[in-house]
Design a protein around this ligand. Structure first.
Ligand SMILES: [Zn+2]
Length: 357
């Protein structure tokens, strides 16, 4: 049966002003937009006092991890989201081999506190599984760099050899062949955090060959957001000509807020020079990640329970965590905080955490 959506305020996404009109849908397609539309045999949806718009795109979403369990994704559809960009921050369910499965069991499930995840050998395998199950939204898939690296190197802290890099390029190329939109990185999470800029550049060259996109959770999003995070991204774009998307762009932490104008001008400047850089943001003020993912070194996950229950390694973990807090969050703190002895800062942080909990 045809449908006429009547008297809605149409905002069509092209940037033009909204206007009131009816919209006729025949065979699942918009056939006409105009005043007082009629058809043979149709159902009317009264949209007066409502907006009629095309489906929204959620530019940053991890729904690929759970879509098979909630394949109708009503929570998204009811908010008007019909397309989700997934498999980002370097994390995803495919591609995977034994090394990746171990990395997920050791690291990702603990990082997100999730139950055991089913991984797929290739993106194509996962796509087939999704098609078989049938899902409501459109998914725009990226190739997660964490998986690509772990497929070849596990979570070894070293650059790939030439042969290993070739293997990684091949995995990226395979992903692009089956319809991925590009490569995603999560450069604060292992194993992304263990990669060099050169490695990412080489993989982005492959993606650029397909006209794909580089989608990055950058290496730094706090006081080093401009110098380290965006600096690296701009370098990658400059050297490869790839289009880049900065994931959940932010100045994380009070000491980084003053950098916001510089963040904006960095993108402006890059665009003025012809570089194709975009960014997406949360529609709210807070940010979220797993503290353990950001603060704990990869070795901790190799034997998580044992390391946490051994007093010696536990002390080492606490010392390293404090170092990470200093270098990530307190580097640009005002002088009166930085002159405090470290043990006092440590006590203050633990006091604060206890108070919050
Ligand atoms: Zn992220």
């Amino acid at each position: 049966m045809d449908i006429i959506i009547k008297d809605g305020l149409i905002i069509d996404g092209t940037g033009r002003n909204g206007y009131y009109a009816d919209l006729l849908i025949e065979n699942h397609k918009i056939e006409a937009i105009g005043q007082d539309l009629t058809a043979e045999n149709y159902k009317v949806i009264d949209a007066s006092n409502k907006v009629v718009a095309p489906g929204f795109i959620d530019m940053h979403c991890h729904a690929d991890l759970t879509i098979l369990k909630v394949n109708t994704a009503e929570a998204y559809l009811m908010q008007g989201v019909t397309t989700m960009v997934v498999s980002i921050c370097g994390i995803g369910l495919a591609p995977a081999n034994e090394k990746v499965r171990k990395y997920y069991a050791d690291f990702i499930t603990k990082l997100f506190g999730s139950e055991e995840l089913t991984l797929y050998d290739t993106l194509q395998h996962y796509f087939s599984r999704i098609e078989e199950a049938g899902i409501s939204p459109n998914l725009v898939f990226f190739i997660p760099h964490g998986n690509v690296r772990a497929c070849v190197l596990g979570i070894e802290e070293r650059p790939p050899t030439e042969t290993e890099l070739e293997e990684m390029k091949q995995i990226v190329s395979d992903g692009m062949d089956v319809g991925a939109f590009g490569l995603s990185t999560g450069l604060i999470y292992p194993p992304g955090s263990l990669s060099t800029t050169e490695e990412i550049i080489e993989l982005c060259k492959v993606v650029q060959g397909y006209g794909g996109i580089y989608n990055s959770h950058m290496r730094n999003e706090d006081t080093g957001v401009v110098a380290k995070g965006m600096g690296e991204l701009v370098k990658i774009v400059r050297q490869t000509g790839i289009q880049a998307q900065i994931s959940h762009w932010k100045a994380g932490g009070r000491f980084a807020w003053k950098l916001t104008p510089q963040m904006i001008s960095t993108i402006q400047l890059a665009r003025d020079r012809g570089l194709n850089i975009y960014a997406d943001m949360y529609p709210y003020q807070e940010a979220a990640s797993s503290l353990s993912g950001v603060l704990l070194r990869p070795w901790v996950y190799k034997n998580f329970e044992k390391h946490l229950s051994n007093p010696g390694t536990r002390q080492k973990i606490m010392d390293e965590t404090m170092e990470m807090i200093y270098s990530s969050f307190l580097q640009d703190a005002p002088q009166y905080i930085k002159i405090l002895p470290k043990y006092l800062i440590r006590e203050l942080i633990f006091w604060f955490i206890r108070k919050k909990l």
